[in-house]
Ligand binder design. Sequence first.
Ligand code: BES
Ligand code: MN
Ligand code: ZN
Length: 481
Amino acid sequence: MFLSVAHRQPVVVEAVVVPWFSDDDVPVTWPNELQEAVRRKEFTGDIGQVLDVSPLGSPRTFLVSLGRRAGMTGNQPLRKAMAAVARRLSAARIEGVVFDIVEEDGDVGMAAGEALGLLSWRMAAYKGSGTADKGLVALDAWCSEDTPNRALVKGLALAESANLARSLVATPPNIATPAWMADQARSLESEGVKVDVWEGQRLEDERMAGLINVGKASENKPRFVRMEYRPTGATGKPVVLIGKTITYDTGGLAIKTRDGMKGMKGDKAGGCAVVGAMHWVATQLMPAFPVVGILVAAENSISDNAFRMDDVITYRNGVTVEVTNTDAEGRLVLADGLAWACEREDPACIVDLATLTGGVVIALGKVFAGLFANDEALARQLDEAGKRSGERVWRLPLDTEYNEILNSEVADIVNSAASKGAHPVMGATFLTNFVAPGVPWAHLDIAGTSGSDADKGLFVVGPTGFGVRLLAEFLSGRPVE
Ligand code: BES
Ligand code: MN
Ligand code: ZN
């Protein structure tokens, strides 16, 4: 939509955007054309309505309705309204815009930054000589008042971290191998993040049974990636983020159908969100407590060396798993990350993100991610962060009554039951076997929310970076433990 968006005072102000809450008084300082515009019959005051007040004038003036200030819950209406404006600015090929936001409305400036930033994302890296140049323009954006102007910068920066995750998700699986994902994590070293990558014998030594087995068939060998942000002198326990990073999910020997397989490059979205969140942590948030990001990266492929149904694998925490479905691979690799984190990281809490089940897409679609948690406070914090960030979560049950679904004849548990019911719950229940007692843990099933199938609102078709903005909000509200 834009070639780029920069926070800069435009040399030529081609457009002025005037956001307005319909229950605010019309400011007496407004020029006549604006005063008149809010009274036009066509201006209904619906959230996100954009009126081109001066189609022939220079600068163009866009009036945008933010709906009613009273009773607004969360900032999502603001983001949606700003996305509508951003789309109008792009259509008009505006290169310099000033947002006329009052000093008190930092949230409006932040929403403008997020919307412009998210809508400036596109996947251009693999467009070749066969694609004509779209002639996109670079936009300079600025706010007239100080508080919203600083918030605009913050919104743009947050979008940048989310966009990093989106670009990783969109990278094709012949490029984005587990080793490549590890390299992407390593690129955060320049921001002061410590990065360790394990492969081969080290994975054997650490008994990473899930990664070893799921990754066995592919020539693109698995990686365990550990990123650490640690502020100098920090003594507190780390927040640990774990991302499912299946760089391609064929289903393994339980091979997916053609239509079911297409798009499975997106099965690394959890890990990409963790990279994006670590980027935000290291470049902007810089919290007083440590944050550890873990990627469990493997390609679920097929060869005569593939792991198979009926195999039994043994984890570092001693739990044995009978593989009943090679397509339920995400939980197998997450188990390595969870067992490691509980044993070695002394975590304040663990949040894992995974495109774990098609079932969560059936249950919640693309609006809410599924949230499972063994800790009420953590569940509440994530729910609140979801409401504030617009990346919302809906709690689904964790209950011991589900445990029997996973009963195995030969091992402790199976990785997938024959029963068709409650797939997202089954996945989460499986993971509880790798979470040590007393560790606050939450699992986010982002299979639905990690991608958008419509060019609408804040997103174009493709990855959404879901999790980055949610975690940014979650981490910003946390005390040191
Ligand atoms: N990566 C898939 C889940 C998925 C499905 C993500 C559709 C995005 C869109 C996962 O590895 C998988 O195959 N899950 C199975 C689980 C089942 C075998 C218990 C599923 O959802 O069918
Ligand atoms: Mn699968
Ligand atoms: Zn998968």
